[in-house]
Design a protein around this ligand. Structure first.
Ligand code: SF4
Length: 271
């Protein structure tokens, strides 16, 4: 089975009974919601009961893992041609026993001359790929301290819908379902509560704002508004306004989605 990319592909694995137990009017509406990222396959009770979700998830997981390992192999081939000392100076790392050492979310990650990444922490492919891209293509630019939304970065508008779907929505769902999520970001991933004045940013009036450093010179701020009365919760991910001088928009997108995937994986391990 190939990856589910269109509503029709999702629809084909649904029971097709239009029973409404997913609180949508039809299986087709549910299929479109899954592709938009507003629903998960597990939100269809009959499908969940049939065991199909577990099968589909396992197949997709294996396929995705294979694709990611291929990408890592290509990046490692480029790393093996690189001067790691030059890269360390350019991106805020250091050379340590012939390896490039970087702080990622407060943890040490070492990259050897052929691009193998080691750390005491998770080395999830979703994080390793942006890390290797950063080493290869990151530019020598320091954060300027001003926060902007993804759509405000260079070339951000065209990728913003995908960014919201793959980054902000799943992270909001995670924050909604894990009351200790932000405390974990601070204690486990060396985040800190935002101190800057956010009044003129997309993070203004957030209930919680936490700054993380997924790369040494590329901070992100996660701003969360708790649900209130009939209002749903809200979450925005902000970037330093100079982030797009360091990395291209695709690499910033991959980094953020990789982070979200890693947080989801860790949360699944806890439940
Ligand atoms: S719960 Fe499942 S079977 Fe029922 S309408 Fe929704 S998608 Fe279709």
């Amino acid at each position: 089975m190939t990856q589910l990319r269109t509503p029709l592909e999702v629809y084909k694995i649904l029971p097709g009974t239009n029973c409404g137990r997913c609180f949508l009017p039809s299986c087709l509406a549910f299929s479109a919601a899954v592709i938009r990222g507003d629903r998960k396959l597990t939100d269809c009770p009959p499908l969940r009961k049939s065991g199909t979700v577990a099968q589909v998830t396992a197949i997709h997981g294996e396929q995705r893992e294979k694709e990611l390992q291929e990408q890592i192999g290509l990046l490692q081939a480029r790393i093996s041609q690189l001067d790691l000392g030059e890269a360390a100076a350019r991106i805020g790392g250091e050379l340590c026993h012939g390896r490039l050492r970087l702080q990622v979310l407060g943890k040490i990650y070492d990259v050897d001359p052929v691009g193998h990444v080691t750390s005491v922490c998770h080395t999830h492919p979703g994080l390793v790929i942006p890390l290797l891209n950063y080493i290869l293509d990151g530019r020598d630019v320091r954060p300027c301290g001003r926060w902007v939304a993804f759509r405000d970065l260079k070339d951000g508008p065209s990728m913003n819908p995908l960014f919201v779907q793959r980054g902000e929505i799943p992270l909001r769902q995670l924050a909604d379902s894990q009351p200790e999520f932000f405390a974990d970001l601070v204690s486990v991933f060396s985040g800190h509560r935002a101190e800057a004045d956010l009044s003129d940013t997309a993070g203004a009036d957030a209930d919680i704002s936490v700054v993380l450093y997924p790369l040494p010179r590329l901070p992100v701020m996660i701003c969360y508004w708790q649900p209130e009365d009939d209002l749903e919760s809200k979450l925005h991910i902000l970037f330093d306004a100079c982030a797009d001088d360091q990395l291209g928009i695709r690499a910033i997108y991959s980094l953020t989605v990789g982070l979200v995937m890693m947080f989801e994986k860790i949360a699944r391990g806890h439940t």
